[in-house]
Ligand binder design. Structure first.
Ligand SMILES: Cc1cc2nc3c(=O)[nH]c(=O)nc-3n(C[C@H](O)[C@H](O)[C@H](O)COP(=O)(O)OP(=O)(O)OC[C@H]3O[C@@H](n4cnc5c(N)ncnc54)[C@H](O)[C@@H]3O)c2cc1C
Length: 385
């Protein structure tokens, strides 16, 4: 079924690509505008929990992701100095049945390639950096840095934490630096010289932590992500190469097992960890925000990307349900449905407490954005006319 509305998705990240793929399958004409000239293989891993995988399974992506990533046997939390196990979440056939999907750790570049394969060929316009949005009759006109303009009936701002669409809706406001930086490294497992490593472990220290996991089912590639305190981030760049010695120094007092891990890193990239104070203005008329554009979360629950994917599923369901009749109401329904869940995830992520001991996980992992109840909302919080 072909639908009348033209949808512009700004940003070909996790949320934007998922949203575009779901809406295209429902018959909408969707174009994705991405500022980058092409996809780059960003050096980082990402955890996709069962709640994410249910959505990606509907796009036929579960098998390809299991091919390129790894379904870890457990998520293990350990104490930084003694190495004592604080909690172990077993991930097996039983947990998969219980949560309704697998748990997959994967290289972000590989995830991106798989996601992009779900979008119709020719529907991503690279080299399109959005610089402005304005009403144009019943439609919205999008202006890009390369001088082109395009029109759409509905605009989805999936353009990340420094979202231009957010700026147009809410005014300029830089993200908030949280006083921490992420130190990330990827290296070949052979650099561990035979030291055994569990599939996925978070080492909890007093003021810092380090997450270590394999990113492939061959277990031949290791990803480390350390979160450490930092006074400020006064650089223009959003990530920088840093000497591996800085990672070693940051975790020098940790357990010998972790010290051997950080010593194996060859290249390390450091970036500021940012978020924003909560703001519930995610939609205005036919324009809505999604993912980090409206609710960036601190990366301590592995949930920021998950929330973007869930957003995409709920948003597409709302548009499918009553978008042809009233897109603005569809977008309000999306916002009303998403805010309570995202608020809880933001709270836990700020607390950095997820899985550091026995944790009630069903409410999070069992959630199915493809079937969860939708909530109706009548008010437009930003008063779009
Ligand atoms: C250290 C770290 C570890 C993390 N680990 C996890 C994890 O394990 N699991 C998890 O679920 N989440 C994790 N996250 C969070 C996750 O990365 C983000 O929440 C997720 O990428 C958000 O997806 P998004 O689609 O909203 O935005 P993004 O993925 O940031 O995509 C935004 C896209 O918009 C494009 N764009 C930006 N501006 C414009 C413009 N003006 N015009 C056109 N295009 C534009 C960008 O180039 C980009 O492609 C982590 C985050 C960090 C910092």
């Amino acid at each position: 079924m072909q639908r009348a509305q033209r949808i512009a998705v700004v940003g070909a990240g996790l949320g934007g690509l998922t949203c575009a793929a779901l809406l295209q399958r429902a018959g909408f004409v969707v174009m994705v505008y991405e500022q980058a000239a092409t996809f780059a293989r960003i050096g980082a891993g990402i955890i996709l929990s069962a709640n994410v995988m249910k959505v990606l399974r509907a796009l036929g992506l579960e098998r390809p992701l299991l091919e390129v990533g790894i379904a870890p046997d457990a998520f293990v939390s350990r104490t930084w100095d003694t190495g004592e196990t604080l909690f172990e979440l077993t991930l097996d056939a039983a947990s998969e049945r219980r949560f309704g999907g697998p748990y997959i750790n994967v290289h972000r570049g590989d995830l991106h390639a798989v996601l992009a394969s779900a979008v119709k060929p020719g529907s991503i316009a690279f080299g399109h950096c959005l610089v402005g949005l304005e009403a144009s009759g019943a439609a919205v006109s999008l202006a890009f840095e390369n001088g082109t303009r395009h029109e759409a009936d509905i605009v989805i701002g999936a353009d990340g934490i420094r979202s231009k669409v957010r700026e147009v809706l809410l005014g300029p406001e830089p993200p908030r630096f949280t006083g921490r930086v992420a130190q990330r490294a990827i290296f070949k497992t052979e650099r561990l010289g035979g030291q055994p490593m569990r599939d996925c472990t978070k080492w909890w220290g007093p003021d810092r932590h380090l997450l270590a996991y394999f990113m492939t089912r061959r277990r031949d590639e290791v990803y480390l992500m350390g979160s450490v305190p930092a006074v400020s981030w006064d650089r223009e760049e959003l990530s920088l190469a840093c000497p591996p010695g800085e990672l070693i120094e940051a975790f020098q007092n940790f357990h010998a097992e972790i010290r051997r891990l950080v010593e194996a890193a060859t290249t390390v990239v450091v970036s500021p960890i940012c978020d924003r104070p909560r703001h519930d203005g995610w939609s205005a008329g036919p324009i809505a925000l999604l993912g980090d554009a409206c609710h960036p979360v601190r990366p301590y629950m592995a949930a920021g990307g998950a929330m973007a994917v869930e957003d995409a599923a709920i948003l597409s369901r709302c548009l499918i349900l009553f978008g042809d009749a009233d897109p603005a109401a569809a977008l309000r329904c999306y916002v009303a449905t998403r805010i309570p869940r995202v608020r809880e995830v933001q709270r836990i992520s700020m607390e950095n407490s997820w899985l550091n001991g026995p944790t009630a996980t069903d409410w999070y992992f069992c959630y199915d954005a493809l079937t969860a109840p939708l909530m109706r909302a009548l008010e437009d919080p930003l008063g779009y006319t």
